[in-house]
Design a protein around this ligand. Structure first.
Ligand SMILES: *Cc1c(COP(=O)(O)O)cnc(C)c1O
Length: 353
C-alpha cells in the first residue's frame, strides 16, 4: 500500500447521506450530492446513490464524465457552465446552473446540434458576489432562456457563503421565494426546482422557520465531512471521519526548537516566528504542500503539525513516540480533502464492509 494515502470509508459516506436525505425529506427538501471534492469518484457516487441521493452535481464536466463512465446511475447536474463546455454539458447533464445569456445560447445551439433538450437552473446573485444575475434581471433572463430552442427553465437558485461569506438566513431565503414568484409570473408557469444553496443552509433549514418555496439544496461537505459550513459545526449523528490521510515518518529524533543562523524567508516566502523551547522530539513525514493543504490537517494521536514545505511535514509527536516507518493519520477539513484528492501523489484507497 503506497503512502501518502487517503482512505475513503464508503459506509460512513452512505450513512451520512442516508441521514441527511431523510432529515431533509422530512422538511420537504430534496438534495443533490455534490462530488467535486472527490473529483466525481464513481465509488463515492455509487455510495450516495445507494443512500437514496438520486441526483449528483459537480462543477466540472471531467468529473461528470467520470461518474458516467463509472456507470453511476444518477441524474447529473453541472454546477458551473460556460460556452466551451456547452456540448459536453448537454451530453452529460440533465440540468446545468447558468447565469449568462451567451452560455444559454451555446447550450441551445448544442441541443440543436445533438437533437436533445436540456434543463437549466438560473442563478440569482443574492449578496455573496460569486455567480448569478441581479434578482431584478432574473425574470428577463428566464424569458430569454425559455425562448431558446431545446432549453427548458427548470428552476432558479442561489449560492451563498462562498465568496462573501454571506449567511443563507431566513431573510435571504424569503427573498429567493419571492423571486421565484416573479419569475413564474413572467414565464407563466410554476417552476419545479428552487435550489436555496449548499451545506451552509443547514442551520436555516433545521431552524424550523419554514422553508418557503425552497425545495432543493446542493450538498457536498455536509455529506462527506459531516459539517455545516457557516460555522463548521459538526451535525449531530454524522461522521466527520469518512476520510483519513496517512503519511510515513521518514526521520525521527530530537532537534532544537529555534532555527540557527541568520534568517530569511522560508520555502514559501513566509517569515514564521519561532520560540526557543530547547530541544524537543521531532518527526519528519513524507507529506507536503504538493499533497495537501497543510493548515487543514488534524493529526490523530495528539501529534502537532509545526509546518511544511513542498514534500516534508514537520511534526511534534504526541503521547505516542514516532519511529521511522511509522504511519501517522490525519483528519481533513474540506480544503485539505479537495487538495489531497486532487494530488496525483496521494494514493486513494476505499473501505467498505
Ligand atoms: C461546491 C458547490 C456546492 C456544494 O457546496 P458545499 O459547501 O460542499 O455543500 C453547491 N453549489 C455550488 C454551485 C457549488 O459550486
Amino acid at each position: 500500500m503506497s503512502l501518502p494515502r487517503i482512505t475513503i470509508d464508503l459506509d460512513r459516506i452512505d450513512r451520512n447521506a442516508r441521514r441527511v436525505r431523510e432529515l431533509y425529506a422530512r422538511r420537504g427538501v430534496e438534495i443533490m450530492g455534490v462530488t467535486k471534492a472527490v473529483l466525481g469518484c464513481p465509488r463515492v457516487g455509487r455510495a450516495l446513490v445507494r443512500a437514496g441521493v438520486a441526483t449528483l452535481a459537480d462543477s466540472r464536466v471531467e468529473n461528470l464524465e467520470r461518474l458516467r463512465a463509472g456507470g453511476v446511475a444518477a441524474r447529473l447536474v453541472l454546477l458551473r457552465t460556460s460556452p466551451s463546455v456547452a456540448a459536453r454539458a448537454v451530453e452529460l447533464a440533465d440540468l446545468s446552473l447558468n447565469s449568462e445569456l451567451a452560455t444559454l445560447e451555446a447550450l441551445s445551439a448544442a441541443c440543436t446540434a445533438a437533437g436533445r433538450s436540456h434543463r437549466v437552473l438560473l442563478m440569482a446573485e443574492m449578496g455573496d458576489l460569486r455567480e448569478g444575475v441581479a434578482p431584478a434581471e432574473l425574470p428577463a433572463l428566464a424569458a430569454a432562456a425559455e425562448a431558446l430552442p431545446g432549453l427548458e427553465v427548470a428552476g432558479i437558485g442561489c449560492n451563498l457563503a462562498c465568496f462573501g461569506g454571506v449567511a443563507p438566513d431566513a431573510a435571504k431565503m424569503r427573498q429567493l421565494s419571492r423571486l421565484v414568484e416573479r419569475v413564474e409570473a413572467r414565464i407563466g408557469r410554476r417552476l419545479g426546482i428552487v435550489s436555496g444553496g449548499n451545506s451552509a443552509n443547514h442551520d436555516w433549514l433545521v431552524g424550523g422557520g419554514g422553508r418557503g418555496r425552497i425545495d432543493s439544496l446542493r450538498l457536498g461537505e455536509l455529506l462527506l465531512l459531516g459539517r455545516e459550513t457557516l460555522d463548521r459545526k459538526i451535525v449531530p449523528g454524522l461522521a466527520t471521519d469518512a476520510f483519513v490521510l496517512s503519511a510515513e515518518v521518514i526521520e525521527s529524533g530530537v532537534k532544537p526548537t529555534a532555527p540557527a543562523g541568520p534568517r530569511g524567508r522560508d520555502a514559501f516566502g513566509e517569515l514564521p516566528a519561532f520560540a526557543d523551547h530547547g530541544e524537543r522530539p521531532r518527526a519528519l513525514l513524507a507529506l507536503g504542500r504538493q499533497d495537501v493543504r497543510v493548515r487543514g490537517l488534524s493529526p490523530r494521536g495528539g501529534a502537532r503539525v509545526l509546518g511544511a514545505s513542498s514534500d516534508h511535514l514537520i511534526v511534534e509527536p504526541g503521547r505516542r513516540p514516532l519511529a521511522v516507518g511509522d504511519v501517522v493519520d490525519f483528519d481533513l477539513d474540506y480544503a485539505a480533502l479537495l487538495a489531497a484528492m486532487t494530488s496525483p501523489f496521494v494514493c486513494k484507497e476505499f473501505r467498505a464492509q
